[in-house]
Design a protein around this ligand. Structure first.
Ligand SMILES: [Zn+2]
Length: 384
């Protein structure tokens, strides 16, 4: 008999599960940056959830440089104080801060420089948040690690432009500390199949230090647990792995370390497909980043057959986040994100307002339905 996963009872159970897990992780714990006590506590919760349905669960442990803000950062533009967040890993300022004048360095995705008073020597970088107010981000750019670098909110771009035209005095000050060899973890669950060929699900479990991260990425993480539990009810042709990764927000560290673990173990080649969930609940329009035509058109077909509310878009690009290392090791990659409620949802990104109340259950449910069906169809069609 075919199990009916969409019967009302099961859907209702998943809804309550999502709510209770969001509450545990985002409200009771709150922000869970890799290296923090909160994150470590969430590892126990995650391990427990995976163990409920997946037989083999292990912790992948890694060591990294933990960067922490030691006081509220401050940017004063003339007399006005602007909200500001330093880049994770950025060099901090001196005790009295940096005084100078502003010049625009780049117009598109604007970058401003805080220069000395003669406008010759750059002393700090200021960028504009992509979606809303000031947010923390990881300093991928090497120059953002050499000198202090911060982001201000979109609403404050005008204030910076005005400071340029008026040659106003600007002062930036923040204190940060790097702690070497801090520990963090990813939680990995295995569902062995008939074959050792493996499908890997990824969802990052960490957040930045200022946000409970309900949409980024806790709801997607919980969706992955739901998929794990659903798939554990039946036998599978392929082995399926579920990785709740740590340190995504600070350089994709957990995924990179787990790939190393698998290389050292000599079995990374078994991972044939990597499916990375990041922020599935920004709206009903699913976005698939993949260069794999077969898998992305299969997902598109499933999405349409399920008659889900939104539209699906495939972008022919590889996952450059947690999945990248597995694609490099030979896996076919799928990275899943979403859009649709952009006006209300995107401004929550990396912000304290990214709370459980802003998560729509049906968007998590869409991810659950599409990807449980995808696994079924991959197996029916022997796609590995
Ligand atoms: Zn994310």
């Amino acid at each position: 008999m075919k199990r009916n996963i969409t019967n009302k009872n099961n859907t209702e159970k998943r809804k309550r599960y999502l709510e209770s897990m969001l509450n545990k992780l985002c409200v009771i714990l709150g922000p869970r940056p890799a290296g923090s006590e909160n994150y470590n506590e969430s590892v126990n919760i995650i391990k427990n959830e995976l163990e409920k349905c997946v037989r083999l669960v292990e912790i992948d442990h890694f060591v990294f440089d933990y960067w922490e803000l030691k006081e509220k950062p401050r940017l004063i533009c003339e007399t006005k104080e602007l909200e500001v967040w330093p880049y994770y890993g950025s060099k901090d300022t001196s005790e009295k801060g940096i005084d100078g004048k502003i010049k625009k360095i780049k117009a598109k995705e604007p970058v401003f420089g805080l220069y000395d008073k003669n406008l010759r020597k750059i002393q700090a970088y200021i960028t504009i948040s992509p979606f809303g107010k000031a947010v923390p981000r990881f300093a991928w750019e090497p120059e953002f690690k050499m000198v202090p670098a911060v982001t201000v909110g979109r609403q404050d771009q005008k204030a910076l432009e005005r400071a340029i035209s008026q040659e106003a005095r600007v002062n930036l000050k923040f204190k940060a500390e790097t702690i070497k060899n801090k520990e963090s973890y990813s939680v990995i669950g295995y569902l062995p199949g008939e074959s050792k060929d493996e499908i890997l699900f990824l969802a990052h479990a960490d957040t930045h230090s200022n946000t409970p991260g309900a949409n980024d990425n806790t709801a997607s993480l919980i969706t992955m647990f739901m998929i794990a539990c659903e798939l554990s009810k039946t036998k599978h042709k392929y082995s399926i792995t579920f990785a709740a990764t740590g340190g995504e927000e600070v350089g994709h560290l957990g995924a990179a370390h787990y790939a190393e673990t698998r290389k050292n173990r000599g079995d990374i080649h078994r991972i044939k497909i990597s499916i990375n969930f990041d922020s599935l609940t920004y709206g009903p329009n699913m976005i698939i980043y993949s260069k794999d035509k077969e898998l992305s058109s299969l997902i598109t077909k499933i999405y349409k057959e399920l008659k889900l509310k939104g539209t699906i878009q495939v972008i022919s690009e590889n996952d450059t986040l947690d999945g990248e290392v597995f694609i490099k090791a030979g896996a076919r990659g799928i990275y899943v994100n979403s859009r649709g409620y952009d006006k209300t949802k995107l401004k929550l990104w990396h912000r304290p307002e990214d709370l459980p109340g802003s998560v729509d259950f049906e968007l998590a449910e869409n991810g659950f339905l599409v990807f449980t069906e995808l696994i079924k169809q991959i197996e029916d069609r022997n796609l590995i």
